[in-house]
Design a protein around this ligand. Structure first.
Ligand SMILES: Nc1nc2c(ncn2[C@@H]2O[C@H](COP(=O)(O)OP(=O)(O)OP(=O)(O)O)[C@@H](O)[C@H]2O)c(=O)[nH]1
Length: 292
C-alpha cells in the first residue's frame, strides 16, 4: 500500500492518478482511497472516499471550525468510525496496490497522533497491510533554499512520527528540468548541507527576557541577526546530515517512465519491509510511548 502526503498543491492527487494509469497500463490491480475530506475533482473516481463519511465543508459550516480544526475533526471522526475504512479493505486481496491520497496539511503528520493511529489500524490486526509512505515536496522549492530545507525537515519529522518505510519525492520535475545544471540539482536530491550554510543570513531572531516568548517582538531584550541565522542553519544542516535519511526521488507525473521508476522504489520498500522479521508487539507501551 502506498500512502501519499506532503504540502498542499505538491501534486499528490496528480501522482495518484498517474500511478493508477500506470498500474492499469501494466495490468496491475489497485484500490484507490481518498482521505482528503475537501478533495473534489478526480480523474479516477475513488473506490473509497472519506467524503461519503464526512466532508470538511459540512464540518466547517455546522461546527463553525476553520479549515485546520475542521480537518482534525474529520480525522478524529474517521478514527471513531474506523469500520468505514477497514471493513471494505478486508476484501481487498494482496495483489492490489492500495493508494491512499491524504490531505496536504502538514500538522496532520507532525503535531497530532491521528495518522499514527490510522497506520496502526491498517498495519496491525487482521488487515496487517504493508505500507509505504510517499512524501511529495514540490521541486520549485529549490529556488528558495530555506523553503527546501524546511520541507526536508518536515519530511524527517513525519518519517519519525509515522515509523513506516518512506520515500521522499521531488515532484513537478518538469518545471525545473533544464533550468538547473544536473550537478547542481544533485545537491538537492541528496541534500548537500553546504547549500544551507551558503543560504542568505538576512532576517532577525528575537531573544526574549528570561526565555519567555510572549509573541511580542517589542519585548525582545536583544535582537540578533545574521550570525545567529548562520549558526542555526549550520545546526539544522548538521542534523539533516547526521540522520542521512533524507534523499529524494525525482517525479514528473506526466512522464510514465518517471512514475514507473518511483513505483518500483515503493514496491521495493514494501517488499523489504515485508521481508523483515515482524516486530514483537509490546503491550506494555502506551500509544504515546515512542518505544526504545
Ligand atoms: N508541471 C507539473 N504540474 C503538476 C505536476 N503534478 C501536479 N501538477 C499540478 O500542480 C497542481 C496541484 O496538483 P495536485 O495534484 O492537485 O496537488 P495536491 O498535492 O493533491 O494538492 P492538495 O490536494 O490541494 O493538497 C495542479 O495544477 C497540477 O496540475 C507535474 O508533475 N508537473
Amino acid at each position: 500500500m502506498g500512502s501519499r502526503y506532503g504540502p498542499a498543491g505538491a501534486g499528490k492527487t496528480t501522482f495518484s492518478s498517474a500511478l493508477i494509469q500506470h498500474l492499469r497500463n501494466n495490468k496491475r490491480s489497485c484500490y484507490y482511497i481518498n482521505l482528503d475530506p475537501a478533495a473534489e475533482d478526480f480523474v479516477y473516481e475513488p473506490d473509497l472516499d472519506i467524503k461519503d463519511l464526512i466532508t470538511l465543508e459540512d464540518v466547517m459550516e455546522e461546527l463553525h471550525l476553520g479549515p485546520n480544526g475542521g480537518l482534525i475533526y474529520c480525522f478524529e471522526f474517521l478514527l471513531e468510525n474506523l469500520d468505514f475504512l477497514t471493513d471494505p479493505l478486508e476484501n481487498v486481496t494482496e495483489e492490489y496496490l492500495i493508494i491512499i491520497d491524504m490531505p496536504g496539511q502538514i500538522e496532520l503528520y507532525t503535531h497530532v497522533p491521528i495518522v499514527p493511529s490510522l497506520i496502526k489500524a491498517l498495519t496491525k490486526g487482521s488487515l496487517n497491510i504493508s505500507m509505504c509512505a510517499a512524501y511529495l515536496l514540490e521541486s520549485t522549492f529549490i529556488v528558495d533554499r530555506s523553503k527546501f530545507f524546511s520541507g526536508t525537515l518536515s519530511a524527517m519529522s513525519a518519517m519519525l512520527m509515522m515509523e513506516l518505510p518512506h520515500v521522499n519525492i521531488l515532484s513537478k520535475m518538469d518545471l525545473v528540468k533544464g533550468q538547473m545544471a544536473r550537478k547542481e540539482l544533485k545537491r538537492y536530491i541528496d541534500p548537500d548541507i553546504s547549500l544551507l550554510q551558503d543560504a542568505p543570513t538576512s532576517g532577525l531572531v528575537y531573544e526574549y527576557k528570561d526565555g519567555l516568548d510572549n509573541g511580542d517582538p517589542t519585548d525582545a531584550q536583544k535582537v540578533v541577526s545574521g550570525d545567529s541565522f548562520a549558526k542555526l542553519n549550520r545546526a539544522v544542516g548538521q542534523l539533516i546530515d547526521d540522520f542521512s535519511l533524507v534523499s529524494f526521488l525525482k517525479l514528473d507525473a506526466q512522464d510514465e517512465d518517471s512514475v514507473g521508476a518511483v513505483l518500483s522504489y515503493i514496491d521495493d520498500a514494501i517488499q523489504f519491509h515485508e521481508a523483515q522479521e515482524p516486530r514483537e508487539p509490546n503491550d506494555d507501551l502506551g500509544d504515546g510511548d515512542m518505544g526504545e
